[in-house]
Design a protein around this ligand. Structure first.
Ligand SMILES: [Fe+2]
Ligand SMILES: [Fe+2]
Length: 282
């Protein structure tokens, strides 16, 4: 059995200090996860002080950690920095590793940087991020030859599927092509953030042609006041063998984080299915 604490979208520079303290407290009170994942947007505007605060906070949390940058971790208004040194502050304060991975006997987690200073798309400037061919090859190199009983996870900032019932937006550019690669590499689960909404499901709810059933799990914003109708939250993910995953949403209730919803996914005949869904006591 393995556990992942999945936090996202901290947005230092626009945080609620009580929630920041509550998150550190909640994570300290629980058993240390196998790996702590942060799927990007550490800062609000990629400023030096915001990065310092984010790094101080991350240093309080358990290790090992696997982190990727988000679009807010690239400077927006300083065009010289944006285009010439987009992740200099990220690599100085958070991590120098832009191809992070974690591996043990049961679990592989690979991080992909989807944040780009500029991405062109026919619908206009694309803030939603991108996965390159080189990055897909990297995933394949790390994952494809591992045994099937190693549970394989890819972390991006930008999600692969939209929130249920919402029009597609914010989806990572190149997702369909990437899902072909996930099939070749036997990827089991994707973790992301960006939309500040917590939701999960099979990628095939959005990409019907995808050959492999892959579980796509998004975390809400853990500590930011930029919420989209949901409380601050993070995911506590338990992986039991290769075919059972439980996602507990730990949500802020005004005083502390507690489990608001728990979803249990079981994989049968290669297809992820929600086998139970509902609120659980914390
Ligand atoms: Fe964000
Ligand atoms: Fe974002």
């Amino acid at each position: 059995m393995r556990t992942i604490a999945h936090i996202s979208d901290l947005h230092f520079g626009r945080i609620d200090p009580a929630v920041v303290e509550g998150l550190a407290r909640d994570l300290a009170e629980r058993p240390a996860p196998s790996v702590l994942v942060c799927s990007g947007d550490f800062t609000q505007r990629a400023r030096e002080g915001q990065y310092r605060d984010a790094a101080t906070f991350m240093n309080r949390l358990s290790t090992p950690q696997l982190v990727v940058p988000g679009n807010h971790d690239i400077p927006l208004y300083n065009l010289v920095r944006r285009f010439l040194f987009p992740l200099t502050r990220y690599t100085r304060h958070i991590t120098r590793d832009l191809r992070p991975s974690y591996q043990d006997q049961e679990l592989l987690v690979v991080g992909i940087n989807t944040a780009r200073p500029f991405t062109w798309h026919w619908r206009g400037f694309w803030k939603d991020g991108k996965i390159s061919e080189e990055q897909l090859l990297d995933v394949e190199l790390r994952a494809a030859n591992l045994p099937r009983d190693v549970f394989k996870v890819v972390v991006t900032h930008h999600p692969f599927i939209p929130p249920p019932g919402e029009r597609p937006h914010g989806i990572v550019h190149g997702a369909a092509r990437a899902l072909d690669e996930m099939e070749r590499s036997n990827i089991d689960m994707l973790l992301a953030g960006h939309l500040h909404m917590g939701y999960s499901g099979d990628v095939r709810t959005h990409f019907e042609a995808a050959k492999r059933s892959v579980l796509s799990v998004q975390a809400g914003t853990a500590t930011s006041t930029r919420r989209r109708g949901e409380p601050n939250a993070y995911n506590w993910i338990t992986i039991d063998g290769c075919d059972d995953v439980t996602i507990e949403v730990r949500a802020w209730d005004g005083a502390r984080f507690k489990t608001s919803v728990a979803k249990h996914f079981a994989r049968r005949n290669g297809v992820w299915d929600v086998s139970s869904d509902g609120a659980r006591p914390s």
